[in-house]
Ligand binder design. Structure first.
Ligand code: HSE
Length: 437
């Protein structure tokens, strides 16, 4: 059979990884795909010393690739939403299948892209867009097809996890670890996407759609970054038997779908609480299978290339399959997507860790407990640190409270009442808590 001709757009960290792995493992990949996979063209504005492109047809205009009639599959690895969207839509218009690692593109424009792909009878594959080398899309979309999925929770940003781990284990500064993540090619072009939870929200949006069969709704995802986590919170969490992780959580409830990324206390006995460094992990709970856990490298050249090439193999195998019989992009048939609403964060129910700085006066703890109980919030654990700080001549102490589960708007109400107490020194620090049972 004739080789399948692919065109690679973008020769950054992931693009160079794809070229290198295809060169190294080409014969083995061909044995799996049933056809030779030939890199017929590479579109890249500049060379990458991490990858030798001698002998390849390299164009400085990436649009040459999608306009090349010889190309069967376009591999979009340039990132971003503007040019990437144009490129992918033009590739589909030209009847080409697309493989992409671009989570922002899929999370923000996936509905439009899949609709066009369906009309044109081509496939858009995006395994590498979530959790780098972990085959999580395939697992949820195909491996768990029998299940009604209740919830999933994941550490899905390697940079953020790397930063939290290094801060905890080696006392390094946030900026120092972030600079290393950038050098290693883990961080996004704009690293605020990593630390503010936007990158994780892109990935979570995609996971929620394939888990629950809902359209992609990135604009409704709640995100909170890791910038406000202090070393005090990290050690308090440890004392209480928890680890702090930047977690993406999506859950089906009777009222709608939760879709949220925020720092989270997780019991240290949970396997996912022990996922460190750049590694990612996703815990998925299905009604038939129960909990399942997927772990691996969430970023980096070759782990991400592993997912990109697996998608290329899938596309090659499905070239002769009737488009209506291919695996649907969002796991459910396009005309069977559900309109379950995404819950605003005020309606989400979680437990909380509160760190409250107080003037050390008689009765303040009782007042806080009363304000919490007025909102039906029960205290599960409480630590009062020895007063240690002197602020403007006053002794300041920290109270750390872990509560039971409560609707966020009730907690907001309790926190604003606590902050109004004259004994309170600064705004209450809150971190959500998930038991993941
Ligand atoms: N910046 C991302 C991360 C890269 O750190 O996880 C992989 O999507």
């Amino acid at each position: 059979m004739k080789p399948v001709k692919i065109g690679i757009c973008g020769l950054g960290t992931v693009g160079s990884g794809v070229v290198n792995v295809l060169k190294r493992n080409g014969l083995e990949i061909e044995r799996r795909a049933g056809r030779e996979i030939e890199i017929a063209q590479i579109g890249a504005r500049r060379d990458n010393p991490a990858c030798d492109t001698s002998g390849f047809n390299v164009s400085r205009d990436i649009f040459d690739v999608v306009r090349n009639p010889a190309i069967d599959v376009v591999v979009e690895l340039i990132g971003g939403c503007t040019i990437a969207r144009e490129l992918v839509l033009e590739a589909i218009q030209n009847g080409k299948h697309v493989v992409t690692a671009n989570k922002a593109l899929i999370a923000e424009h996936g509905n439009e892209i899949f609709e066009l792909a369906q009309a044109k009878g081509v496939t858009v594959a995006f395994e590498a867009s979530v959790a780098g080398g972990i085959p999580i899309i395939k697992s949820v979309r195909e491996g768990l097809a029998a299940n009604s999925i209740h919830w999933l929770a994941g550490i899905i940003n390697g940079t953020g996890n790397f930063i939290l781990t290094e801060m905890r284990d080696h006392g390094r500064t946030f900026e120092d670890v972030l600079a290393e993540a950038q050098e290693l090619g883990y961080a996004e072009a704009d690293p605020t996407f990593d630390v503010e939870g936007i990158d994780a929200a892109h990935k979570l949006t995609i996971l929620a759609s394939i888990a629950f069969g809902i359209p992609l709704q990135f604009d409704k995802a709640f995100t909170e970054g890791i910038g406000a986590i202090s070393s005090e919170d990290v050690s308090n969490a440890e004392d209480l038997g928890y680890r702090i992780k930047h977690l993406g959580v999506t859950r089906r409830t009777e009222k709608g779908i939760e879709l949220r990324v925020h720092p989270t206390l997780i019991p240290e006995k949970q396997l996912i609480a022990n996922v460190d460094g750049v590694m990612n992990a996703i815990l998925v709970e299905g009604d038939a299978v129960g909990p399942t856990l997927y772990y691996g490298a969430g970023a980096g050249a070759e782990p991400t290339a592993s997912s990109v090439i697996a998608d290329i193999v899938d596309v090659v195998r499905a070239l002769t399959v009737d488009p209506d019989n291919r695996v649907p992009h969002l796991a459910f048939q396009p005309d069977a997507l559900s309109d379950l609403k995404i819950l605003p964060i005020e309606e989400v129910e979680t437990a909380y860790y509160l760190r409250i700085a107080i003037r050390d006066k008689v009765g303040v703890l009782a007042k806080i407990a009363t304000l919490l109980s007025d909102q039906g919030i029960s205290i599960e654990a409480l630590i009062q640190r020895q007063p240690k700080e002197q602020v403007k001549g006053e002794t300041v102490a920290s109270i750390i409270i872990v509560t039971n589960r409560v609707i966020e708007k009730q907690m907001n109400h309790a926190i604003s009442e606590i902050e109004a107490l004259c004994e309170i020194v600064e705004n209450v620090h809150r971190i959500r808590v998930e038991s993941l049972d």
